[in-house]
Design a protein around this ligand. Structure first.
Ligand SMILES: [Zn+2]
Length: 457
């Protein structure tokens, strides 16, 4: 019996025609459990991922990028490059249009149009989708914000499925039952996972397949860390990863050579209170500059980016030391320090601020209470989860690399989201030089040898 013909699924025809057997080739699968911090991987809440971490390469010092937000993370995973190189600054970012700054929500489906108009392009570095366009293709299914889904492949070299709209190569819309008609709840994540396993992994078999779950992130933006809701979201993510793992293991027994990466993009911390940075700047006498689009703030949850035009820059610089001294500011960085964060004083960016920690734990005994930047139209509820800055736990996602050729071990040296793309390209035998990340396969293939890596045997 051949399931390819017995069980046609939505999307099986889009852009690919009738599914047909393909020669066995190497391919890569990445599952991202949005906002699942590495400290939450344990034997009880996430037993499948816990076991997988022991079977594969466990990156014990895996780090988020700055800002630790999903849209930037998606662009870093897609390009293997840091924000100052790929050009996407945050979940919100300032663009200079007609000499004036305007802050846009990157999550909106039409943001790419604004970015293209202001800068002439979207991402400045090639994506995985572009790199494998002639080498087996790229398919992503994502249940996070539209912006975070589309920045995996903003120029449509591959297929991206999202509930706000799905696209085939060239930007051709995928419509009807072939689109991804799901909610952003557990049921939506689960339906997407099942379809991903059957249609993408078993039938269509692209070189790179990405599954990006909405939870636990979507849960934590409306619930405390450590709460029953959070724990249920962790079990849910583990169930989804288990389904992918089951599929990958079955396909491997049938001869497929699949590298499996399971990870997340950032963690979360707890909202202690929120600060309106625009209002603070106005109170310092900069209302006129903000009104004129000479100075702007792009809030990033527990962090913010400060922008200025050439005209606004001197006025903004006058207040930076005062801002740095506010009790709700942990650190304010410019110049070389900003560059070390993976950001740069370019495209209007002047400074980044990380909001301060507040003493104490949340109701469930979880550390990491933080100030957060107020955003128009968004309610920041104290006690709920948040992320975006360079706090201890929001910057600690997890990553597991699983393949027969990878020695099970704990990697103590620092790894990053930007290592994911070069690892995938390395496995596929494609060029991966010139990226900010490095392949995690190189020191860990065959024999445990790399500096700072301890074999767990
Ligand atoms: Zn995220």
């Amino acid at each position: 019996m051949n399931a390819r013909h017995d069980n046609p699924v939505p999307g099986a025809q889009d852009g690919l025609g009738q599914p047909a057997p393909r020669p066995r080739t190497r391919r890569v699968v990445f599952v991202c459990c949005d906002a699942l911090g590495h400290e939450w991987i344990d034997a009880h809440l996430t037993p499948v991922m816990y076991a997988l971490a022991h079977d594969g390469l466990w990156c014990a010092n895996h780090r988020a990028v700055f800002p630790s937000v999903t849209r930037v993370s998606a662009a870093c995973v897609a390009t293997g490059c840091l924000p100052y190189r790929h050009g996407l600054h945050g979940n919100q970012m300032g663009l200079i249009e007609g000499g004036k700054l305007r802050v846009y929500d990157v999550g909106q489906p039409d943001f790419r149009t604004h970015l293209r108009r202001a800068t002439g392009t979207t991402l400045r570095m090639p994506t995985l989708a572009e790199r494998v366009a002639g080498h087996g293709g790229f398919i992503a299914m994502s249940n996070v914000s539209p912006g975070a889904a589309y920045f995996l492949d903003p120029e449509h070299f591959g297929h991206v499925y999202h509930r706000a709209g799905s696209y085939a190569p060239g930007g051709q819309p995928i419509v009807g039952t072939a689109a991804l008609q799901i909610g952003q709840d557990f049921g939506g994540d689960w339906a997407m996972t099942r379809r991903f396993c059957t249609e993408v992994l078993t039938w269509r078999r692209p070189s790179i397949a990405v599954l990006w779950l909405a939870h636990p992130d979507a849960t934590l933006h409306a619930a405390p860390l450590g709460s029953a809701a959070h724990r249920e979201a962790l079990r849910h993510a583990d169930r989804c990863v288990a389904e992918v793992l089951r599929t990958v293991r079955r396909l491997r027994t049938q001869g497929d050579d699949i590298l499996l990466l399971a990870g997340s993009d950032h963690g979360q911390e707890t909202i202690a209170g929120s600060i309106d940075i625009d209002a603070w700047l106005c109170a310092q006498g900069l209302a006129q500059q903000i009104e004129a689009g000479e100075i702007a703030v792009a809030a990033q949850g527990t962090a913010a980016l400060l922008y200025a035009t050439e005209t606004g820059r001197p006025k903004l610089h006058e207040v930076l030391d005062r801002l740095r001294g506010e009790p709700w500011v942990d650190a304010l960085e410019t110049g070389v320090a900003l560059r070390a964060r993976g950001m740069a004083a370019q495209d209007g960016i002047v400074a980044a601020i990380n909001l301060a920690q507040v003493a104490g734990e949340n109701t469930y005994g979880v550390r990491g209470k933080r100030w957060t930047a107020a955003e128009p139209g968004k309610t920041k509820v104290p006690g709920h989860g948040e992320h975006g800055g360079w706090g201890t736990d929001e910057t600690r996602p997890f990553l597991i690399v699983d393949h027969a050729s990878v020695t099970p071990m704990t990697v103590e040296q620092r790894t990053s989201l930007v290592d994911i793309a070069p690892t995938m390209l390395d496995f596929l035998g494609l060029p991966h030089g010139g990226l900010d990340g490095r392949s995690l396969l190189m020191p860990h293939r065959a024999q445990p040898a790399g500096a700072g890596a301890d074999s767990r045997g």
